[in-house]
Design a protein around this ligand. Structure first.
Ligand SMILES: Cc1ncc(COP(=O)(O)O)c(C=O)c1O
Length: 338
């Protein structure tokens, strides 16, 4: 069999192509000899660091085994059996999956374009609505909800409806109209912000994330979290990663530059590419066959992108922003025609 002389690259899960900060790796190395010991009940040092960084109190920080754990805890324990959640139809699937798995109803607002318009959620809110979930930037479209539209939603809906702003990609945002959600959280006790170490921090495999909410909500989430679900290496790696500001800045700058490059070059090749504020690009197609060909051509060349058909959206794909040489490979490969 012919040996292909290219490296296969994962561009389907929006991971940091540079991996974790060397400081996180050092911490994992250092603490790996202690893994016979149980982790702390509460990752207090990490909570304090996150509180300092976000200008809130440690009692406003709920650390978790990734955002998935918080999404699950919210749908399972903060939404009652007869209550429902609302989200969009082209967003991160974990919200509707989690509702389904926990036997909660999920109502979705249809998106007529790649933007998540919060005004479309308001008429869906009824007496049994307990939580609204959205991703900002949105996965998979990469679009953002602005400060003004989030403020309007919070002012309009009843304050016993939880609003969950999933900000997994917020470090990549450059648009000035992006919400100051920490400030809004101080004014609106029903706002919960989700953040993660899985994306820009490059630590998806070790499972650690956090939420920012009122003391009361944090207390409930911590009460229901599985005992010791945060492993000690994730805790120490996250603490170390927070100190590596240069690494974060370099990752964000690289993404900004390469996102621009890839979008411009793909557009020149005739693709529709939605302007993105995240670390991926969303490409809608008119024709499913064309999309399938693009996915296959890239895969045949070791470039594994996300065919969004797996989430029920046939005519679209999502490409994570890679290193410069990877992005160049995408363009070279698609320049041959599809
Ligand atoms: C919007 C959004 N939130 C959360 C996550 C998952 O985060 P975690 O790895 O912290 O569970 C993803 C992963 O793709 C995502 O796209």
């Amino acid at each position: 069999m012919l040996k292909k002389n290219f490296e296969t690259v994962r561009l389907m899960s929006n991971e940091n192509p540079f991996g974790p900060s060397p400081r996180a790796l050092e911490a994992i190395n250092k603490y790996s000899k202690n893994i016979h010991c149980y982790p702390n009940w509460k990752p207090q040092v990490l909570k304090e660091k996150l509180a300092n960084k976000n200008h809130v109190s440690p009692t406003n920080i709920a650390v978790s085994a990734g955002s998935y754990e918080l999404i699950n805890l919210i749908t399972r324990f903060l939404v009652g059996e007869d209550e429902e959640i609302i989200t969009f139809d082209n967003t991160f699937m974990a919200y509707s999956y989690s509702a389904k798995r926990n036997g909660r109803k999920c109502i979705t607002a249809k998106m007529s374009n790649p933007d998540c318009n919060l005004n479309d959620l308001i008429p869906l809110c009824g007496n049994t609505t307990r939580a609204i979930f959205f991703a900002n930037p949105n996965n998979p479209t990469g679009t953002i909800i602005t400060h003004d539209s989030l403020l309007k939603l919070l002012e309009t809906i009843p304050n016993d409806v939880l609003v969950i702003s999933d900000e997994a990609y917020f470090e990549y945002v450059t648009d000035g109209s992006y919400p100051d959600s920490i400030q809004l959280q101080k004014e609106f006790s029903n706002l919960i912000i989700l953040r993660t170490f899985s994306k820009i921090y490059g630590m998806a495999g070790i499972r650690i994330g956090y939420g920012i909410a009122t003391d009361n909500i944090v207390e409930k989430l911590e009460k229901f979290r599985l005992l010791r679900s945060i492993n000690s290496l994730a805790e120490k790696a996250a603490e170390a990663a927070l100190d590596d500001i240069d690494y974060l800045n370099r990752s964000a700058d690289h993404n900004d530059h390469e996102r621009d490059y890839l979008r411009k070059e793909l557009t020149k090749l005739g693709f529709t590419v939605i302007p993105s504020q995240a670390n991926f690009l969303y490409l809608p197609f008119n024709d499913n066959d064309h999309k399938n060909k693009v996915v296959k051509t890239l895969a045949d060349n070791g470039l594994l992108v996300c065919d969004l058909a797996i989430f029920g959206h046939d005519k679209s794909l999502r490409i994570s922003i890679g290193k410069s040489d990877t992005n160049q490979r995408i363009i070279d490969c698609l320049s041959q025609g599809t």
